[in-house]
Design a protein around this ligand. Structure first.
Ligand SMILES: Cc1cc2nc3c(=O)[nH]c(=O)nc-3n(C[C@H](O)[C@H](O)[C@H](O)COP(=O)(O)O)c2cc1C
Ligand code: SF4
Length: 497
């Protein structure tokens, strides 16, 4: 039964004075591993802005995006999911080759400069499997569908016409294309129907494909190389992306039924993630910060829940992860059907709503709704005698909320993605006792809609008041939106780098 949706109002907030903020936990330092210390427990988690070149290089737009966050001086800023392979992947950052290093060094330099050296910069590194756009049905039946003996047999039986067993292939394709949906469904395998309706998507269980079978052999080295490049580019650490809809998260999922020792029971499912962590650690050494972002709950049917997440957290912590950043959901399995010509987007179903909750929510509302997951992971890690910091995110919008989470021991750092997008200066404003000037996120996901369409991400609040004729305002490629958050007009001089 669908969950009734309520439109929640933005809660009233009370902002702290400068003295209160100075005494707070949120603005107190945190150690992330052996050597890295962040000046504050404020955190901007990874957000893809779609500003890299088609070849995955840093652009001036990427520099402006991260530079703008750095001006608000968060304790930690995590750079978007950056691909570890040297393969084309559209305008997403890549770190799969040394030729990406100069651009990434510029990015590190820009964040250092704009934050006055106050913000610690981490690079989130990711692997993902292939996903195709939803095809035109004609194209699917005429080109993509594999017509073999099995398909011919099923078609003959379903249609009650033996001639399809040896009819010319082109005729089989045309007949299936013209067939009623019911006959198509009785003929095609479930994965083929999925490819027709959603676009073909590889899974970690496709071990008949050599490159999928070889993932356990290949990924530790690729992640290690990528983390080492992050180190050489000057990042303060690397974050292994084991969350949402991507390869490593799929290994952790109970849907991973691989039979090569890397699927099935959770001890097997965590094996590759631990091997990746060990390979990364072996390459970058024990001093370099290596964190993990993963899910506290997959949300999807038959996905893992918080009990497994807590157990995973203990394994990662034992193996030397320097922090655990807990997210939720964001899976392909329950994603909405895309339009023809578009790819499925893993934040459109129930699991997506849990990942980036909006004000249209159930009774609990979107604000801090994922905190109990981080709290459970943290409890398990502490009970195992480990001090690994745990980061929470999801609907964080105020000082009191973040401070309460830290005081209650539910997390060690509190991250805000969309609130930081709406107002990249908000940490600084709160720290200086100027919270009343914060531009508050309204949590309706205009930004996420742009991400879904692979368009340059901006916040709708940036466009409220600006003079479109002002030549100093950088506009998005559609010429209609501000590309960078407006400057804080009353920014104190002393807060400049
Ligand atoms: C535009 C956009 C892009 C995102 N890209 C990433 C990403 O690259 N990696 C990641 O782990 N999470 C990504 N997220 C999820 C956020 O890091 C965060 O977990 C989520 O937005 C919930 O936090 P919030 O309520 O503070 O926004 C993205 C979120 C948004 C809005
Ligand atoms: S676009 Fe909407 S949800 Fe996204 S940051 Fe801006 S106000 Fe928040």
């Amino acid at each position: 039964m669908p969950v009734p949706r309520i439109r929640h109002a933005l809660p009233e907030v009370r902002w702290p004075t400068e003295e209160e903020a100075a005494r707070s936990l949120w603005f107190s330092p945190i150690r992330l591993g052996r050597t890295l210390v962040a000046e504050q427990r404020t955190w901007v988690p990874a957000m893809v802005p779609w500003r890299a070149t088609e070849e995955g290089f840093v652009t001036p737009g990427v520099l402006d995006w991260y530079g703008r966050f750095a001006r608000g001086r968060p304790g930690v800023l995590v750079v978007e999911a950056t691909g570890i392979r040297d393969i084309p992947s559209g305008p997403l950052l890549r770190v799969g080759h040394d030729r990406f290093l100069p651009g990434l060094r510029d990015l590190v330099e820009r964040v250092r400069r704009e934050s006055g050296g106050r913000t610690r910069l981490l690079l989130q590194i990711i692997d993902f499997l292939a996903i195709r756009r939803r095809p035109e049905p004609a194209k699917f039946f005429r080109r993509f569908l594999a017509v073999d003996g099995n398909l011919r047999r099923r078609f003959s039986e379903a249609a009650g016409e033996p001639r399809w067993k040896d009819a010319p292939e082109a005729d089989v394709r045309e007949a299936l294309f013209a067939a009623l949906r019911d006959l198509q469904e009785r003929t095609l395998a479930p994965r083929e129907i999925e490819s027709l309706d959603f676009g073909h998507r590889e899974r970690v269980t496709d071990t008949h494909l050599p490159h999928v079978r070889d993932l356990p052999r290949v990924l530790p080295g690729l992640f290690a190389d990528a983390a080492d490049r992050a180190r050489r580019a000057g990042f303060d650490g690397a974050e292994l992306h084991f969350a949402h809809a991507y390869t490593m998260a799929s290994f952790l999922s109970p849907l991973n039924t691989r039979e090569d020792g890397y699927g099935g029971p959770r001890e097997n499912r965590v094996r590759l993630p631990l091997e990746v962590l060990a390979a990364v650690r072996g390459r970058v050494g024990s001093e370099y910060c290596v964190g993990i972002r993963y899910l506290g709950d997959e949300v999807i049917a038959e996905g893992f829940r918080v009990e497994d997440a807590a157990w995973y957290g203990v394994q990662f912590a034992k193996q030397g992860a320097d922090y655990l950043s807990i997210s939720k959901g964001g899976k392909f399995e329950d994603a909405r059907q895309p339009e023809i010509g578009e790819a499925a987007y893993p934040y459109t179903g129930e699991s997506g709503r849990e990942c980036m909750p909006t004000v249209h929510s159930d009774e609990r509302g979107p604000f801090g709704r994922n905190v109990p997951l981080a709290a459970a992971v943290r409890r398990a890690v502490r009970e195992a005698g480990l001090e690994t910091p745990v980061v929470t995110s999801g609907g964080i919008h105020s000082f009191e909320q973040a401070e309460g989470i830290l005081r209650r021991g539910e997390a060690d750092a509190v991250a805000a993605a969309r609130q930081s997008l709406a107002d990249p200066d908000w940490f600084l404003k709160v720290r200086l006792g100027r919270g009343a000037e914060v531009r508050r996120c309204v949590f309706t996901n205009y930004c996420e809609g742009l991400d879904q369409k692979h368009r340059q991400v901006t916040c709708k609040l940036w466009d409220r008041a600006f003079d479109r004729a002002d030549p100093s305002v950088a506009l998005a490629s559609d010429g209609r939106r501000r590309l960078v958050a407006p400057e804080w007009k009353n920014r104190p001089r002393a807060a400049n780098p």
